[in-house]
Design a protein around this ligand. Structure first.
Ligand code: GLN
Length: 539
């Protein structure tokens, strides 16, 4: 067991997850196995109950966990499948300890943050190390050093080193560039490292997140004040393409420097495939315009694209595969409700995606966009909500089913073509919302002779789900009669999971989220098929 703890300094949102993923990737390129965990300081049991516009996308693991979006980066960079236990939260740890206390398991003892909470955190880390048998376990600690909230996690890390487990600490800190002075300032990183030292943790490496690489003079200064050798200060400047970071780390021999800390001999890296992938992303000049029509784009004055990070990445993977580069346009569906004439702007797009979503806001705008894609032969990919709304659009405008809708939005609508999954009714009645959707990897049976079959080129696939509503089985016949094809279903064929339109350039919508199984060098077939249609490649 070799543990690498990654902490953050100065500000949050500085790309600690990408740094952690890139370290794991570097170790994998050297032939080691590496797995990654995220420890989040919030009390929520999991990320499923957090608002995407506040916290970013909810990542769904194959085993049905609703986790922090960083697990998506870990899976993408390392091409592994992680389980829900790779995301630990304060909520999980405390509830386990409190439950144990109530059962009398600590009878007679005073139950305390140290050692009872720290022991539970340790147990969870060791469990991941044991069950994955990975050569390296990277543990990213959420938040920033100096926060109250993550102090018990940092304390756990300190204790693990004390227990003679091979541990390396990597501190990722931000160095601001002050434009007026024309200078990068190292004081904040010094202070955040001092804070870490006061907790008994000496970082082995400092990763400098900044606008540009750090010069030698400053590295010496940081080294002196932070008690660290200059060569262990690693650059991580702003780069346009996140997938370049492992290569940038490798240029600094970061992988071998980590191995040396663990007393493991240096090893060469096999990075040819990854380099090729990065080259394509950086160098293709053919561009396709893809519109993503959604609603979680604004928070205050900012556009928050984190809510759709996996969709963006899946598009990039498929584009790299097809040697094009995506020009993604963010389209707020509410605009079409206010200004219907804006629908005509969709004409200039090569393809349209409607991603997952919940609730009524912006829904009519999304339905109009789907109608536009259907009627104007624009490639369309619907993801979860994007499938339900495509079926509603078809029911309303082709089958002429008046007021067709989803009971999620209109509980007593006349034609509920999308209705709650029967076993979800009780859950909603009890308002038992945490981790109760239909979640995780499920088998999708694909009908031979369909576009979905041609796209996947197999009859059974496993894709990840996160939903409470389904295509109402009572309406399947009439929808099929008017030409909609249900090309994917549960193995027993009771729940429809893919819908497609024959005679259209490419119109596929899935009840699952294909973005969760897309990887660099291994794009998800639905995204690949969609991108091929966008560039008019005939399959
Ligand atoms: N709101 C829909 C449902 O719960 C779709 C969910 C989604 O897009 N992830 O079924």
């Amino acid at each position: 067991m070799h543990l690498i703890f990654v902490t953050g300094g100065v500000v949050s949102g500085l790309g600690k997850g990408i740094s952690t993923s890139s370290i794991a990737k570097v170790l994998k390129m050297k032939g080691f196995s590496a797995t990654v965990m995220k420890i989040d300081p919030y009390i929520n049991f999991d990320a499923g109950t957090l608002r995407p516009s506040e916290h970013g996308e909810v990542w769904v693991t194959e085993d049905g966990g609703e986790t922090d979006q960083d697990l998506g980066n870990y899976e993408r960079f390392t091409d592994t499948t992680l389980g829900k236990k790779h995301n630990v939260t304060t909520g999980q740890v405390f509830s386990t300890v409190i439950e144990r206390e109530r059962k009398g398991e600590y009878l007679g003892k005073t139950v305390q943050p140290i050692p009872h909470i720290t022991d539970e955190i340790k147990k969870r880390i060791i469990d991941v190390a044991d069950s994955t048998k990975a050569d390296f376990v990277l543990i990213e600690i959420g938040g920033v050093v100096g926060d109250y909230e993550n102090i018990l996690f940092l304390e756990t890390a300190r204790q693990m080193k004390l227990e003679n487990i091979p541990v390396v600490f990597v501190h990722v800190a931000y160095l601001p560039f002050l434009e007026k002075l024309g200078e990068i300032k190292s004081k904040p990183v010094q202070h955040s490292t001092r804070e870490l030292l006061s907790l008994g943790i000496q970082p082995d490496f400092i990763i400098c997140r900044s606008a540009m690489p750090i010069d030698d003079v400053r590295k010496e200064k940081i080294g002196l004040f932070c008690n660290i050798a200059k060569q262990n200060i690693i650059d991580n400047p702003d780069i346009g393409n996140i997938y370049e970071l492992p290569l940038f780390f490798e240029e600094q021999d970061f992988g071998n420097k980590i191995l040396k800390k663990f007393n493991i001999d240096a090893k060469p890296s096999d990075d040819i495939e990854w380099k090729n992938f990065v080259n394509i992303l950086n160098n293709v000049d053919k561009t396709i315009k893809i519109g993503i029509v959604g609603k979680y784009f604004d928070i205050g004055g900012y556009k928050l694209l984190d809510s759709y990070v996996s969709v963006i990445e899946a598009v990039r993977h498929a584009c790299a595969e097809n040697q094009v580069s995506p020009d993604i346009r963010w389209i707020d569906s509410k605009d079409f409700e206010k200004y219907p004439s804006r629908l005509d702007d969709l004409k200039q797009l090569d393809g349209i995606i409607i991603p997952g979503g919940f609730g009524g806001s912006g829904v009519e705008g999304k339905i109009s966009a789907i109608q536009y894609a259907r009627e104007n032969n624009i490639p369309y990919l619907g993801l979860c909500y994007g499938m339900q709304l495509a079926v509603i659009e078809f029911a309303r405008n082709v089958c002429k089913l008046e007021n067709a809708h989803s009971t999620e939005i209109l509980p007593d609508c006349k034609n509920p073509v999308v209705d709650i999954l029967p076993w979800q009714k009780e859950i909603i009645a009890k308002q038992n919302y945490g981790a109760t959707m239909r979640l995780g990897g499920q088998i999708v049976k694909i009908k031979p002779g369909t576009l979905a079959y041609a796209t996947y080129n197999k009859g059974n696939v496993i894709e990840r789900f996160r939903h409470r509503y389904e295509i109402n089985p009572d309406y399947v016949n009439i929808l099929e009669k008017y030409g909609l094809i249900f090309s994917g279903s549960t193995p027993d064929e009771t729940i429809k999971q893919i819908a497609e339109l024959p005679g259209h350039k490419f119109f596929i919508a899935s009840q699952f989220h294909p973005e969760f199984t897309s990887r660099p060098l291994k794009p998800n077939p639905l995204f690949d098929g969609f991108v091929k249609a966008c560039i008019d490649l005939v399959r």
